[in-house]
Design a binder for this molecule. Structure first.
Ligand SMILES: NC(=O)C1=CN([C@@H]2O[C@H](COP(=O)(O)OP(=O)(O)OC[C@H]3O[C@@H](n4cnc5c(N)ncnc54)[C@H](OP(=O)(O)O)[C@@H]3O)[C@@H](O)[C@H]2O)C=CC1
Ligand SMILES: Nc1nc(=O)c2c([nH]1)NC[C@@H]1CN(c3ccc(C(=O)N[C@@H](CCC(=O)O)C(=O)O)cc3)C=[N+]21
Ligand SMILES: [Mg+2]
Length: 284
């Protein structure tokens, strides 16, 4: 068997074509959505992600606002930048690129984001709404994963899903999304305390690898025909490495490769969140 590729790049392009007319409709009301990115420090990877997000914005007619700040910025100065964005009507949504330098309290920063402008869906109010099942922005990577599975008609209702990783940006929030009544999957969240990861993966119809441990999921662990999504990002000898080992494509029924799978979907959902926030603001 050779897996059907869950093509995140093509799906992102399709989503952008659907977003463009919505942006045009907002323009007729005199509204242009604006995505701001707050980038602290000079990590080359983070700079690359932020560049991609602005090039995505341009493709759908969303304005770009950039804040690039020194690695040694104080908590108070960074909070002042967020207060400015919270007050700026040109900024309809923004993200604070993670991770932040160690001297900063990332939790307090995320709490400072106006929930109406939380493009990442990672602010505490947004996470609370997700837990409670109330409307609000949803975390981009989990949303991208669900959207990718939906568009390729991989069944979720009743599916057994192994999510590897309990981080907030991916694993834990994905578990919350997949167990909503609308998705109806049965999820096992795996982590470093999981006794037999191979056994959890082997009985799963869908495997989402979001650990950041290169090559963690090997072909022998995968149930033939399962859908496998490679989310983790690591560098090995300067090269990007995912959590899924080579050879899994021979066993899996569907594979979201890394790169080219969930990464582009994350960016598509970010732009979608910004457009939705602008639509909500327009309706107020
Ligand atoms: N492609 C994309 O769009 C995106 C990719 N990412 C990537 O996804 C990965 C997860 O991100 P995030 O949630 O923020 O990461 P965190 O570092 O917050 O979480 C990683 C999780 O993986 C678990 N883990 C690590 N190694 C193993 C292992 N060998 N076996 C089982 N569990 C393991 C950890 O367990 P424990 O809790 O026990 O330590 C932890 O729960 C990262 O590599 C990140 O770079 C993130 C966002 C977007
Ligand atoms: N506040 C915040 N929100 C995030 O969403 C966030 C973050 N911080 N910090 C870092 C992680 C990582 N992340 C990725 C986004 C896009 C790709 C992506 O588009 N990758 C492409 C290209 C990768 C390449 O070629 O380098 C791909 O997978 O095909 C990957 C990873 C978002 N993150
Ligand atoms: Mg993550």
């Amino acid at each position: 068997m050779t897996a059907t590729i869950l093509d995140g790049r093509a799906t992102k392009d399709a989503i952008f074509s659907e977003l463009a007319p919505r942006v045009a409709a907002l323009a007729e009301q005199g509204i242009t959505p604006g995505l701001a990115t707050v980038l602290v420090g000079d990590d080359p990877g983070s700079h690359a992600y932020v560049r991609m997000k602005h090039s995505d914005s341009a493709k759908v007619g969303v304005n770009s606002i950039r804040r690039e700040l020194p690695a040694d910025i104080s908590q108070a100065k960074l909070e002042a930048v967020l207060d400015e964005l919270n007050a700026d009507p040109a900024c309809t949504g923004y993200i604070v690129q993670l991770p932040l330098p160690k001297q900063l309290d990332a939790g307090a920063i995320l709490e400072r984001i106006d929930p109406e402008k939380d493009a990442d869906g990672l602010a505490p109010v947004s996470l609370g709404r997700l837990v409670l099942g109330k409307p609000g922005p949803l975390p981009c990577t989990p949303l991208g994963i669900v959207e990718l599975l939906r568009r390729y008609e991989v069944p979720l209702d009743g599916a057994r899903v192994a999510v590897i990783g309990r981080g907030i940006t991916v694993g834990r929030t994905l578990g919350l999304l997949l167990t909503r009544r609308t998705e109806n999957a049965t999820v096992t969240l795996c982590h470093t305390g999981t006794r037999d990861l191979a056994a959890e993966v082997r009985r799963s119809d869908i495997v989402v690898a979001a650990a950041g441990s290169p090559g963690l999921v090997t072909p022998d662990m995968v149930k033939p025909g399962a859908a496998v999504l490679d989310v983790g990002v690591s560098r090995v000898d300067g090269k990007l490495a995912g959590d899924v080992a080579p050879g899994v494509e021979e066993v899996a029924g569907h594979l979201a490769p890394n790169p080219g799978g969930v990464g582009p979907m994350t960016r598509a959902m970010l732009i979608s969140n910004v457009v939705e926030a602008a639509e909500r603001a327009a309706a107020r």
